[in-house]
Design a protein around this ligand. Structure first.
Ligand code: FE
Length: 197
């Protein structure tokens, strides 16, 4: 059994401890019910993915940055101030007219925290992890991401050593937008590769 990849076979003890801590804090009136859920939601949907969106928008407006990002992703992401735990070996994979990239962790839920925050529930779902490798087109279509038949799908399996971020294609007709406005178009799901901006 591999020891270089953290893939809990049962619910991690840390999750039980966090749940117990949350219950205690709530009982003592130190946090309001739902506070921890709200923090989690914010990291999944708002705070975390906004970092990745800034990286993508910079790559769209700055060809030199884009080249650095594809050549040494970890260093280029660090230029914008993002890095650290669960993101210290990053690889950005670029969507083109002929290749669409999608990210999974087949063994557990490895995910690039510094640029995407916490993984969504479906990313940790055994069905997504198994099926996106076997039948990526079908899974993507079910998630609302239809690809033309002539577009190749590349599936990237994350690990403790290597985390991936999809660089989506800039939507047509957005050349006049500012970098900040472009970042607003970039969704978490587009950077996992299950949607397009
Ligand atoms: Fe994993």
């Amino acid at each position: 059994m591999s020891t270089d990849h953290h893939h809990p076979a049962e619910p991690a003890p840390i999750e039980r401890r966090v749940a117990a801590l949350e219950a205690l804090l709530t009982e003592r009136g130190l946090v309001s019910p739902g506070f921890v859920d709200e923090v989690n939601r914010a990291y999944e949907e708002d705070i975390g993915p906004r970092n990745g969106a800034k990286v993508v928008a910079r790559a769209w407006v700055d060809p030199d940055y884009r080249r650095r990002l594809l050549a040494d992703s970890t260093a280029a992401i660090a230029e914008l101030g993002f890095g650290g735990a669960e993101g210290d070996h990053m690889q950005v994979v670029e969507n083109t007219d002929s290749v669409h990239n999608v990210v999974v962790c087949t063994l557990c839920s490895c995910y690039p925290w510094p640029v995407l925050g916490l993984p969504p529930t479906w990313y940790k779902d055994p069905a997504y992890r198994a099926r996106v490798v076997r039948e990526p087109r079908a899974v993507l279509a079910e998630m609302g991401c239809q690809l033309d038949d002539d577009v190749e799908v590349a599936v990237w399996d994350s690990s403790a050593e290597q985390r991936y971020l999809v660089l989506p294609q800039q939507p047509a007709g957005t050349d006049d937008l500012s970098e900040d406005q472009l970042a607003e178009l970039v969704t978490r799901d587009a950077m996992i590769g299950v949607a397009r901006p």
